[in-house]
Design a protein around this ligand. Structure first.
Ligand SMILES: [Mn+2]
Length: 282
């Protein structure tokens, strides 16, 4: 297995902006191979050339993380709202290409936080609208050589794709080489029947991976079956990133329903986590 380790900027800030460049220096000093930027809409204010230069200088590879909100949900029944989501992905991947990112991950099929009961017919219609939007997003992303990695998110945070199998089915339906999937051990711990099998069954479409503790604290100081994760990733000859994702204590953590400090020093999550993961996943 060839795995490169990264960390998501959500560990420190909600919307990464140019003011947060010192975070990149810290990530590099910690010994990470890559950084996963979550800039929200701030990417529009960030000079791509300057950002790329900084990444190059620090020797950091880069992946991106994105979400849709109510105003640009690509599964919406409002065509105007769907178009806004497609436009957002076009702009985000334009910027991503310039800074050297090859992957944009996240729940890129529906609005984050959307959870409702829906009759089957309506749920299917919403799913199909998302698939149609993803086809258009995929055609555009393919031209730039960028892959969209759809992330299953647990039931308490989203109501469309919760399991690895559902993400796989969406990849099959969209059928575009630029629309793929990723997995996150935090969500898998809640939703998938068997973490190893879910990884193995995803082989055809799995392009990205979040290596998170089951509680979003320090990976390794938790109950994720890391030996099983390691075996499964080796079984499928995974080549890609393993990204630690957690959320800055306080307001940012609240977005992920974290209501208590997970560690005394937030930097222990990436620092200790990286040490553990380099030994556990190889
Ligand atoms: Mn994740």
């Amino acid at each position: 297995m060839k795995i490169k380790f990264g960390v998501n900027t959500l560990v420190w800030v909600l919307d990464f902006s140019e003011n947060d460049i010192p975070i990149l220096e810290m990530i590099s000093d910690m010994g990470f191979d890559s950084v996963e930027l979550t800039p929200g809409n701030e990417f529009r204010t960030m000079d791509p050339e300057k950002t790329r230069k900084k990444l190059d200088e620090l020797g950091l590879e880069v992946t991106l993380c994105g979400v849709f909100s109510e105003s640009n949900d690509i599964s919406s029944d409002d065509a105007g709202i769907r178009q806004k989501g497609i436009d957002y992905m076009r702009d985000y991947t334009d910027w991503g290409k310039e800074i050297g990112a090859g992957i944009v991950g996240g729940p890129l099929y529906s609005e984050i936080g959307k959870k409702r009961y829906l009759p089957d017919v309506e749920r299917k219609a919403e799913w199909d609208r998302s698939a149609d939007s993803l086809k258009r997003i995929g055609e555009d992303a393919a031209k730039k050589g960028i892959i969209i990695a759809m992330e299953p998110i647990n039931r308490f945070e989203i109501d469309m794709i919760n399991t690895a199998d559902q993400a796989f089915q969406m990849c099959e339906q969209v059928d575009n080489p630029s629309i793929k999937m990723m997995l996150d051990t935090f969500h898998m711990n809640i939703e998938d029947i068997n973490i190893g099998d879910a990884i193995r069954d995803s082989k055809k479409h799995l392009v990205h991976f979040h290596t998170c503790a089951n509680h979003r604290g320090i990976p390794g100081n938790d109950h994720i079956p890391w030996e099983e994760v390691n075996k499964a990733l080796n079984d499928i000859d995974y080549e890609g990133y393993g990204v630690i994702e957690s959320f800055a204590q306080g307001e940012v953590a609240a977005f992920a329903n974290i209501w208590r400090p997970l560690v005394e020093d937030q930097n222990d999550i990436p620092r200790e986590g990286l040490k553990f993961l380099r030994a556990a996943l190889k």
